[in-house]
Each structure stands twice: as structure tokens, then as C-alpha cells.
Design a protein around this ligand. Structure first.
Ligand SMILES: Cc1cc2nc3c(=O)[nH]c(=O)nc-3n(C[C@H](O)[C@H](O)[C@H](O)COP(=O)(O)O)c2cc1C
Length: 174
């Protein structure tokens, strides 16, 4: 299908596999955040990234007023976190260990994180592009990312595990 009608644009975009993050900020009422895959490296010097957030969302309202945001990159074990931060009405931070140094809460066991100062806001259709100056970042080597593809969560399968699975399916391993 080549037309823009119906669900074609969304479905076509859903085949662009992405990592999954949680973007967070702090308000007077406490932390807010949501699952976001529209996160992209923007500049190396200065270090900047961008996140695209739909204008109708509560996190957007908070980001409009906030000076800082955090990006926590989720690992393959974080499917529940990704779902929770995409569910309206969920108690998103319950039971999670977060740390917050600059008004940008970070998931303690994120596989990578970025603490950003909001530098620019650009309108982008029904979204806003928030450009963040990265003040601090870090990562945990050896961790595997959570992926989002074709509207489903997944993970990278190692060559060893693929071999193991092939053997299992062939009845070589029980
Ligand atoms: C894997 C995944 C990625 C998402 N990425 C984005 C994104 O980049 N930008 C965005 O505005 N919404 C994105 N969403 C949708 C928001 O997470 C969701 O609409 C929001 O959290 C709904 O809750 P709220 O209205 O209470 O904020 C994504 C959802 C999922 C499941």
C-alpha cells in the first residue's frame, strides 16, 4: 500500500524498530513520565538529543514548564515498566527505584541514562520536539535493550541463544 489513508502511515512507521525509553521530568506535584521511542541523538558538540512528545499528553504539559528532563533507556526485562509508563491512570513510579539530581528522575537500573537541560522546543505537527542539552549520561555495559517493532516488545537474540533454540526445536536438547 502506498497511500497515506487509513492506518498506513502508523503501520509503516511501526516497522521501524526502535529502542524504548522513559522520559521523565518533575512538577510541583511530583515526578511525571511516559514511554517514548521517538528519541534521537541530535548533536555531539554540544551533546544534544531530542524527544518528540504528543501535545495532548500530561507529560507534554510538564515538559513545557520544566527546565530539565531525563531519558532512561530500558533493558529487555523492562517490558512491564514500558507498558506502565504508556498506560493512562497507572501509578507509574510505584515500587521503582529512581534517582533525581537535577529535576530529571532516572530509573536506577536503566541500561543507559541521559540527564538533560531543556534547550529548545519546536512544534512538530501534533507533537513537540524537545531538544535537551545532555549534562550527564551513563550506561551499564553488557545489558540488552528492550526493542519495539510491529507494535510489540522484543529483544535482541544472541547468536548462541538462536543456536540453542534451533537445537531445542530440532529435539536435540530437552
Ligand atoms: C513503545 C512505545 C513508545 C512510545 N513512544 C512515544 C513517543 O515517542 N512520543 C509520544 O508522544 N508518545 C509515545 N508513546 C505513547 C505514550 O507513552 C502514551 O501515549 C502516554 O504515556 C499515555 O499516557 P498519558 O496520556 O497518561 O500520558 C509510546 C508508547 C509506547 C508503548
Amino acid at each position: 500500500m502506498t497511500e497515506l489513508g487509513g492506518d498506513n502511515f502508523r503501520t509503516s512507521m511501526s516497522l521501524l524498530a526502535t529502542g524504548v525509553t522513559v522520559v521523565t521530568t518533575t512538577t510541583h506535584e511530583g515526578p511525571v513520565g511516559m514511554t517514548a521511542s521517538a528519541v534521537c541523538s541530535l548533536s555531539l558538540e554540544p551533546p544534544q538529543l531530542l524527544v518528540c512528545v504528543q501535545q495532548a499528553l500530561p507529560t507534554h504539559v510538564a515538559l513545557e514548564q520544566s527546565a530539565a528532563f531525563g531519558i532512561s533507556v530500558l533493558g529487555e526485562e523492562h517490558v512491564g515498566v514500558a507498558r506502565r509508563f504508556a498506560t493512562r491512570g497507572a501509578d507509574r513510579f510505584a515500587g521503582l527505584t529512581m534517582r533525581d539530581d537535577i529535576g530529571a528522575p532516572i530509573l536506577a537500573d536503566a541500561i543507559a541514562f541521559f540527564e538533560c537541560r531543556v534547550e529548545e522546543r519546536h512544534p512538530g505537527g501534533d507533537h513537540t520536539i524537545f531538544v535537551g542539552r545532555v549534562l550527564r549520561c551513563g550506561h551499564q555495559p553488557g545489558r540488552r535493550p528492550l526493542l519495539y517493532f510491529d507494535r510489540a516488545f522484543g529483544s535482541i537474540e544472541s547468536a548462541e541463544y538462536r543456536l540453542f533454540r534451533a537445537w531445542s526445536e530440532a529435539g536435540q536438547i530437552s
